[in-house]
Design a protein around this ligand. Structure first.
Ligand SMILES: [Zn+2]
Length: 229
């Protein structure tokens, strides 16, 4: 079980930590700034000491984070290490992740999936293709970016979440139950969703967005892909 520093402060770029276990090419730390793949958001990359981290995954235990090193790294347990995120990449993930919250509030339809990579991000909607107009969506999300609205986190219990199903837009990445308080991401006046990912502090920090493409991925999956302009 690691202390997940990115939960309280997504702007932490590094930390000191101790290697508590090694699983093949993956290293487990007592604390980390690395976000593990989850909720549609890609896992972080960066460095642990001299080792290069090529991906970050959740382990089988609660709050267990596996930092996947490039092959041949030969990590050892017990040592103190400097942990350093590839911050530029993570910041793009935070901007694109927050952009999806804006997109979800612009397109009034249920969300059937989503994914955030460091170069683009998409949501899938259960909607007719003709209701998705590229230029209109792009103009509306950019209007929301320009409002310069501060984002903020709140915490609620599983029971409170169950009583408010509207807080989970993306059922395919619904937050896990029984793991303590659930975090909500609030963009006041725009969006309020249960979300464990990393977000920027203000919508203006996203910068302008482009709708890269809109295409059908199936009857209930109409995919809108955004990129940073
Ligand atoms: Zn989010």
């Amino acid at each position: 079980m690691a202390q997940l520093l990115f939960r309280e402060d997504p702007y932490l770029k590094g930390c000191e930590a101790t290697v508590v276990a090694v699983h093949g090419d993956a290293v487990e730390l007592d604390r980390t700034v690395f976000y593990p793949l989850g909720g549609g958001q890609a896992g972080d990359t960066g460095k642990i000491g001299d080792w290069r981290v090529i991906d970050t995954r959740k382990g089988p235990l609660p709050d267990q984070v596996l930092h996947v090193l490039e092959p041949g790294s030969n990590p050892a347990a017990g040592g103190k290490v400097e942990v350093q995120l590839d911050w530029e990449r993570r910041h793009r993930l935070m901007r694109l992740h927050t952009a999806l919250h804006l997109l979800g509030s612009v397109v009034k339809a249920s969300v059937t999936g989503g994914r955030i990579n460091d170069d683009k991000a998409h949501l899938d909607f259960d909607i007719e293709m003709e209701r998705l107009v590229k230029d209109a969506i792009e103009a509306q999300v950019n209007e929301l970016v320009k409002t310069g609205t501060a984002t903020r986190a709140q915490w609620i219990t599983d029971a409170e979440l169950d009583a408010r199903p509207e807080l989970v837009r993306t059922m395919s990445v619904a937050p896990p139950r029984g793991e303590g308080p659930v975090r909500l991401l609030e963009i006041p006046g725009i969006d309020l969703q249960a979300c464990g990912g990393t977000h920027v502090a203000n919508t203006a920090e996203i910068g302008l967005l482009k709708v890269m493409r809109i295409r059908s991925e199936g009857k209930r999956n109409k995919r809108v892909t955004l990129e940073l302009a």
